[in-house]
Design a protein around this ligand. Structure first.
Ligand code: MN
Length: 235
């Protein structure tokens, strides 16, 4: 009964939970199914987190679909005193499958946006130390601010171009998409070995160096060349 087509035939015993949608620049809404996030995908960020960028295969974690938020506000979350920004390109898939080849991977991309992988770094750090899952540090309410998605038909494939984040006008993160260790096509191919990926899935494609804390009242501005600017206020 998990599929939309089955719901009409069944009686929901509670109200249907809210679905997450991301607005698109062509006036539509992109329904979110899953949120995959790659870890340490820029060498300079891997180094700042204390890791060797050369020796690791890619790894992913997930946020919940309803953690995605396009309101332009990020309420400071509970049970933390060290929330970090991670500016990332968001890749939105229109289709998927299993064991997708790198050569075929980009044909599954609907478009791109600018996102933030907001992170309760103190909680993530505790979990890492104890060898426990990162979820409490990564998958929490409104932890994935995402700006409007642009169809790939308008942008072309984005393999290079500036990516940056400023707080209150001061640049904190800056890099280039061409610094990604695992390219988008490689990420899609890799994920599809382990999961049935599908339309509605989004991938947060990794963050360059310069991650750091945010405070209430901060105005975050995320940019990826060729995509609409993401403005988020910490409340
Ligand atoms: Mn990240």
């Amino acid at each position: 009964m998990e599929h939309a087509r089955d719901i009409e035939a069944a009686k929901l015993v509670i109200d249907e939970p809210k679905r997450a949608f991301i607005p698109t620049t062509d006036g539509g809404l992109f329904p979110v199914r899953r949120v995959y996030c790659i870890g340490r995908n820029f060498a300079d960020h891997a180094i700042e987190m204390g890791h060797d960028p050369d020796k690791e295969p890619p790894f992913f974690f997930q946020k919940n679909a309803e953690n995605v938020d396009s309101s332009g506000e990020f309420p400071y979350p509970p049970e933390t005193s060290d929330v970090h920004h991670e500016i990332e390109m968001v890749v939105a898939l229109k289709s998927g499958g299993k064991n997708i080849s790198e050569a075929d991977a980009m044909s599954h991309v609907w478009g791109y946006g600018v996102g933030l992988d907001m992170t309760r770094r103190d909680l993530q750090g505790q979990m890492k130390k104890m060898g426990r899952p990162w979820e409490i540090g990564k998958a929490f309410e409104r932890s994935a601010p995402v700006g409007p998605l642009v169809p790939i038909s308008q942008t072309g494939p984005l393999d290079e171009g500036a990516i940056s984040l400023s707080i209150n006008g001061e640049t904190r993160q800056s890099g280039d998409l061409n610094m990604m260790i695992w390219k988008v096509a490689e990420q899609i191919a890799y994920l599809s070995r382990f999961y049935d990926i599908a339309g509605g899935d989004i991938i947060m494609a990794g963050t360059p160096a310069g991650v750091g804390p945010v405070e209430r009242g901060d105005k975050l501005q995320g940019k990826v060349a060729g995509l609409p600017v993401l403005d988020v206020t910490v409340t």
